[in-house]
Design a protein around this ligand. Structure first.
Ligand code: SIN
Ligand code: MN
Length: 200
């Protein structure tokens, strides 16, 4: 495992071996059976290119009413529990005492991207957001605390973990594009990103 630090973002290249990646992939399939991926709508009424679902006490949600956390899937069922395989990545790298309350699951198909944004819908920014990348590689853009700050980019590959905490907690970040077909972890290609968040 290589540890890089870029503007406070800690990038753990190859943090998860193939067996760990497969277990998490299978557990996300189970999450999706209980809480299917859906196409979220931005507050401006535009569908996002990324498909989303969540596990945990809260799921991150967006529609015309804005960004927020909700305690059930849009179909009305409670979010499934966060699987142990995913919680253990948090306890290995962040805290064994304080579990996250949300695992946001983002699926990127061939043309999907995520614009530069800050993660600031949580109550306590002293906890980091931990991201797990699975499947095809994604070009991760890292900026500063202002949208106009200079940015730099790094490819995130399957098994990489990023910790966005400390000075990086409120920095802008996004995914510019996917290198479709670069990994055989997911049967239908694409990229899966999981972000673990303390919400309350
Ligand atoms: C996010 O910022 O919510 C996702 C980042 C990523 O897909 O790597
Ligand atoms: Mn984010």
């Amino acid at each position: 495992m290589d540890r890089l630090e870029i503007e406070g973002f800690i990038v753990l290249k190859g943090a998860l071996d193939r067996a760990a990646q497969k277990k998490i992939r299978d557990d996300v399939r189970d999450i999706a059976k209980a809480a299917p991926f859906y196409a979220p709508l931005t507050p401006w009424g535009k569908p996002m290119s990324v498909k989303m679902t969540s596990a945990g006490r809260y799921g991150w949600y967006t529609d015309r009413k804005g960004y927020r956390y909700i305690d059930h899937h849009p179909n009305g069922t409670p979010w499934p529990a966060i699987p142990v395989s995913i919680l253990s990545v948090w306890s290995d790298h962040v805290s064994a005492k304080r579990p996250p309350e949300c695992c946001l699951c983002n699926f990127y198909g061939e043309k999907a991207r995520m614009g530069l944004h800050q993660d600031k819908d949580e109550a306590d920014f002293t906890w980091p957001v931990l991201s797990i990348s699975l499947g095809d590689s994604g070009l991760f853009r890292i900026g500063g605390t202002e949208r106009s700050d200079p940015t730099q980019s790094i490819w995130l590959d399957s098994g990489d973990v990023v910790i966005m905490g400390g000075e990086a907690r409120l920095k802008f970040h996004g995914i510019d594009r996917i290198k479709f077909g670069t990994s055989d972890l997911l049967t239908q290609n694409g990229r899966l990103n999981l972000t673990l968040r303390v919400v309350e």
